[in-house]
Design a protein around this ligand. Sequence first.
Ligand SMILES: *Cc1c(COP(=O)(O)O)cnc(C)c1O
Length: 391
Amino acid sequence: MENEFQFDLERYMSQKNFERIKEFSQDKETPFLVVDLKKVEEKYDELLDSLPFAKIYYAVKANPLEEVLRMLVRKGSCFDIASVYELDHILSLGASPDRVSYGNTIKKSRNIAYAYSKGVRLFATDSESDLRKIAKNAPGSRVFFRILTDGSGADWPLSRKFGAHPDTIFKLILLAAKLGLEPYGISFHVGSQQRDIGQWDNAISTCKYLFDCAEAEGISLKMLNLGGGFPATYISPTHETSVYAAEIIRFLKEDFGEELPEIILEPGRFMAGDAGVLVTEVILISKKSEANQYSWVYLDAGKFGGLIETLDESIKYPIYSEKTGPVQETILAGPTCDSMDILYENEKYALPASLEEGDRLYFFTTGAYTQTYSSVCFNGFPPLKAYVLEK
Ligand SMILES: *Cc1c(COP(=O)(O)O)cnc(C)c1O
């Protein structure tokens, strides 16, 4: 009647690698994140191998740990930054400013001026006001224009807030040239953890349309920025990287032919996600009533401790226990005194019924959008610690 606990560990990491992380974790107080640096490097190589003509601008926000950034600087990666703080951070780790793109479309004039003074010459924009600020504070710079996408098909959509309609973008391109900037390219983001590859097709077609409109006005755009959206390995299945690459190449050739513009990628989740394991401990197991079929399992990591992407249960992390035997359907919650600090309630994770207080649970694929999302001191809990395994 009851099912045995099952977990396809090899889907997320090798048994050997898990043993290594477990051993490293043994004497450390939970909760914490362990990041396997080699895995980030592998993902970088994997993406570049499958789209060798592309330039990678790592989205620093996904995981800005120093070791991660240093390794990417060494490998020759470029960087997509969103603030002057990320800019200072990446420059201090040895990246030259010509490898930095200021990808945030929401910028203060003085921050644009600061980035310009540090040597940054590539800026994203999606509005007239921002464009005028760039023209004034970063004269002559290259600008690329972000088109709106609706984020459908993505587990963590980035829709509505960023980008503008193609007609508006076209006007911005003309204005940029008038303002003495270099209209350089078009960008989009199809939504994070995008599992529908067809979303790139629609966006690339819109870009091609804008390239043609600009060309008709004597403006040659040179760059196409395909954004992020490439997936990490969570519970919901996704295509292999090679399938993403093959499809995207097909879409590009359909629209642009053999002579592709300069292609930029801005992977974040794809690069860092699979490299992280969040180690947590069961604090309490309880039932709301004797007849209730679900047990509540309260952990020492929750929404305020790095797992905010469980909002609306959008990202479903693979959760591993070393206990075995029959399963019990559980509701998982964090340790704070906020009732929104529930991780999964609709999705009932089937965990071993033998799970006890004090046992550890391992959240796989937590290398992206976790540590920096954790709160400073809510309920007195410190931010999530992170360790990097460099070998
Ligand atoms: C967050 C972000 C990315 C990274 O997105 P992923 O889906 O994590 O790869 C890329 N580009 C921009 C502009 C972003 O804001």
